[in-house]
Ligand binder design. Structure first.
Ligand SMILES: Cc1cc2nc3c(=O)[nH]c(=O)nc-3n(C[C@H](O)[C@H](O)[C@H](O)COP(=O)(O)O)c2cc1C
Length: 200
């Protein structure tokens, strides 16, 4: 049977063929463990990659998402493919990357992104007077590291992989019934099993 990751790859490739510039945007929802009100919180993240290990994104350790994921690794993600009117809803658990993995993804970033991240990393979620304050830091860092290919790994740069335990693929049809397919791990956690659900 086709794995949900193969299906996801097909859908993302199709979205690119139709002209999407950003088929890698996902809405990530988290919920803190110690939050008495159990307030869910959602925001956009850019998926760096996905494969059968899960869905990888990066953030700053000063974000609410990081704090919440450390306290409660259960999360949900929606990938909305507008040009096909399709969504993939993913539920699962977060695995934080270790330092070595963060370092290797950091080194693969263009230098401009390393500079930007290093400039804003310590200021994430703090009140600032203007983004020109960060431009100044960016220019200082550019000068400081002008002779180096890479900047040192920012202590704020943190990767997380959402490892799914349920995925739902929904295609909205205007003329016929919408298609709604659920994937869950197969017996003994081997492979995946899918079933067609009634649409809504
Ligand atoms: C198009 C787009 C892509 C974004 N990508 C990321 C991302 O990859 N990682 C991230 O931490 N924040 C990203 N953000 C910002 C988050 O949506 C969020 O506002 C910010 O990280 C604060 O998150 P928090 O609510 O967890 O503190 C992105 C925002 C937009 C609009």
């Amino acid at each position: 049977m086709r794995s949900p990751f193969d299906l996801m790859r097909e859908w993302v490739d199709q979205e690119c063929k139709l002209g999407s510039q950003s088929p890698n945007r996902a809405i990530l929802s988290t919920i803190a463990n110690e939050n008495e009100k159990m307030q869910p919180h959602s925001r956009v993240v850019a998926l760096r990659e996905f494969d059968d290990r899960g869905f990888l994104f990066f953030t700053s350790k000063k974000t609410r998402k990081y704090t919440e994921l450390v306290s409660n690794p259960q999360a949900s993600m929606v990938i909305w493919l507008e040009l096909q009117q399709r969504q993939v809803v993913i539920e699962g658990n977060i695995q934080l990357l270790n330092n070595e993995e963060n370092h290797s993804y950091w080194q693969a970033l263009p230098k401009h992104n390393q500079l930007k991240f290093t400039a804003y990393g310590p200021h994430t979620n703090n009140e600032i007077t203007s983004t020109s304050q960060l431009d100044v830091v960016y220019q200082e860092l550019s000068k400081q590291y002008q002779d180096q290919e890479n900047l040192p790994l920012s202590e704020y740069y943190k990767g997380s992989r959402l490892i799914p335990n349920r995925l739902m693929f929904y295609t909205l049809e205007s003329e016929s019934f919408s298609e709604f397919v659920e994937y869950i791990p197969g017996e003994n956690e081997e492979g995946w099993q899918s079933r067609l659900l009634g649409p809504c």
